[in-house]
Design a protein around this ligand. Structure first.
Ligand code: AHR
Length: 501
């Protein structure tokens, strides 16, 4: 049997996990909002029209923060359309996705939904068709206590208390030629600086995210980050990264290696942030907000058939399979291993649109990717240990020396828990994992959660929602600090340990 080893020491830490690394994203796109989180006519709706079945699953995921309202959508959005009496809200052609936006669900309803979902709102402002003025008015509406035009308008709309939204995105994917109001890095850097400056004059407690590259393969990657930050370093706190992966060539080994690309992306962006900091003799680090990441490629064919100017069509409804869940697990591990700089991340998206949760008229169900995301969010809290993984490797079409095992250890001193997340990418063989856990010799195994399936293409559907689901197994032991675990071929593993008293 192949063998792999983890080397850890509790003094060698990467950093504390910022829970916002387990964030997600809801865009006015397809059925994410309408039918996903809001559907007044549904038997599952509460008194506000919010779907209770979706809320339950979102709470199960313990999502700390949800980015809203887009995405590409935000670059043509008039936030004023989405507040006030519903009968007075205009319907508009939504140009990013070619549909009609009715605005029957908007900013205040989303804040209400977020409260019920036990999550925070991360808000994006429109730097595509709009700019400083719209952004500062929106911030005043959301965060100003009262006694001013927009804060009093919020009160008039029934929201006496400010929403106190802390994290704000300065536009979305402004480097992308597809973006409404697409800009050069200089144009964007300037508008991000000036908008951010005004926003922080109004509310210095907010944190700002500048747009980085839409993906690692953008021709402007690198130069975009350097130029943008050269302009707005002083005012922003984070730079964004977006990355989606697919398996169009049906090469699972290559597909499962793609988090290596994500790792390169993160390392490169950290270097660029540090370069700008050094050049400016700056004091602060610019951290990373990986605010769109996922697998996205299954729905392409169906999306091409969508009727133009329809309302809430079935857009981007990827049905995820088991190999997607494995890559999502590896992507989570990759980000956690950089938790000293990746402070925020958003699985894109949350419901119906490239999402872990799907809904229909008969209820809501968990896609395969739900599980690694849920496990990481629920159990991945504490301090990430610098986890050296000594693993056998393989070569795939696009990557060499791909470790079969991806893993990270997280120690929680408060709860006296230790968790190991591990993916075995070997499609044929189980692998034995060992680790010298002498520093945790008095820790016993609480559970070993295993997600595996014989068929990497297995899916969870409305008809068969539990086809891919985790089980617990007894494949791990910690004998006085001698830790061993059997990692099944193609598997996601969560090994939870706790100090025995
Ligand atoms: O998440 C779907 C889309 O992907 C978002 O609207 C956009 O920001 C990205 O290109």
């Amino acid at each position: 049997m192949k063998k792999a080893e983890l080397v850890i020491d509790k003094s060698f830490v990467v950093g504390d996990v910022d829970r916002r690394i387990y964030g997600s994203f809801i865009e006015h796109l397809g059925r994410a909002v309408y039918e996903g989180i809001y559907q007044p006519e549904s038997p599952f709706a509460d008194e506000q029209g919010l779907r209770k079945d979706t809320l339950e699953l979102v709470k199960e995921l313990k999502v700390p923060m949800v980015r809203y309202p887009g995405g590409n959508f935000v670059s043509g959005f008039y936030w004023e359309d989405s507040v006030g009496p519903k009968e007075e809200r205009p319907a508009r052609p939504e140009l990013a996705w070619g549909v009609i936006e009715t605005n029957q669900f908007g900013l205040n309803e989303f804040v209400d939904w977020a409260k019920k979902a036990d999550t925070e709102v991360m808000m994006a402002v429109n730097l595509g068709t709009r700019g400083i003025d719209a952004a500062r008015n929106l911030l005043e509406y959301c965060n100003f206590k009262g006694g001013t035009y927009y804060s009093d308008l919020r009160k008039k709309h029934g929201y006496e208390q400010p929403h106190n939204i802390k994290m704000w995105c300065l536009g979305n994917e402004m480097d992308g030629p597809w973006q409404i109001g697409h800009k050069t890095a200089d144009e964007y850097g300037r508008i991000a600086l000036e908008t951010g400056r005004v926003m922080k004059l109004l509310d210095p407690s907010i944190e700002l995210v500048a747009c980085g590259s839409s993906n690692l393969w953008m021709p402007t990657f690198g130069e975009w980050e350097a130029t943008t930050l050269d302009h707005c370093y002083d005012v922003v706190d984070y730079i964004s990264l977006h990355q989606y992966y697919g398996n169009r060539s049906n090469d699972t080994k290559d597909f499962l290696a793609k988090n290596l690309g994500m790792d390169d992306f993160i390392k490169s962006v950290i270097s660029i942030c540090d370069y700008v900091k050094a050049k400016k003799h700056g004091k602060k680090n610019i951290n990373l907000s990986f605010d769109e990441w996922n697998v996205w490629y299954h729905s392409g064919e169906q999306d091409r058939k969508i009727e133009k100017w329809s309302k809430a069509p079935h857009q981007l409804e990827d049905v995820y399979n088991f190999e997607d869940a494995l890559l999502v697990g590896s992507m989570l591990i990759t980000m956690l291993r950089h938790c000293d700089r990746v402070k925020c991340a958003c699985l894109a998206q949350l419901v119906n649109v490239i999402a872990p949760i799907m809904t229909s008229d008969t209820g809501a169900w968990r896609q395969t990717i739900f599980y690694p995301y849920m496990h990481a969010s629920v159990f991945g809290n504490g301090t990430v240990l610098n986890t050296i993984v000594k693993s056998p490797v393989y070569d795939s079409k696009s990557y060499t020396d791909v470790p079969y095992i991806d893993s990270v250890c997280i120690m929680n001193e408060e709860t006296e828990e230790l968790v190991i997340f591990a993916v075995n990418k070997d499609l044929e063989e189980d692998i034995e994992l060992s680790c010298d856990l002498r520093q945790f010799a008095d820790y016993g195994i609480v559970e070993h959660i295993l997600l595996t399936h014989d068929d990497v293409k297995a899916e969870n559907t409305e008809a068969n929602p539990d086809n891919v689901a985790p089980v617990t197994c007894n494949h791990s032991k910690n004998d006085n600090g001698k830790f061993t675990a059997l990692l099944k071929s193609k598997s996601w593993n969560v090994i939870r340990m706790k100090k025995i008293h």
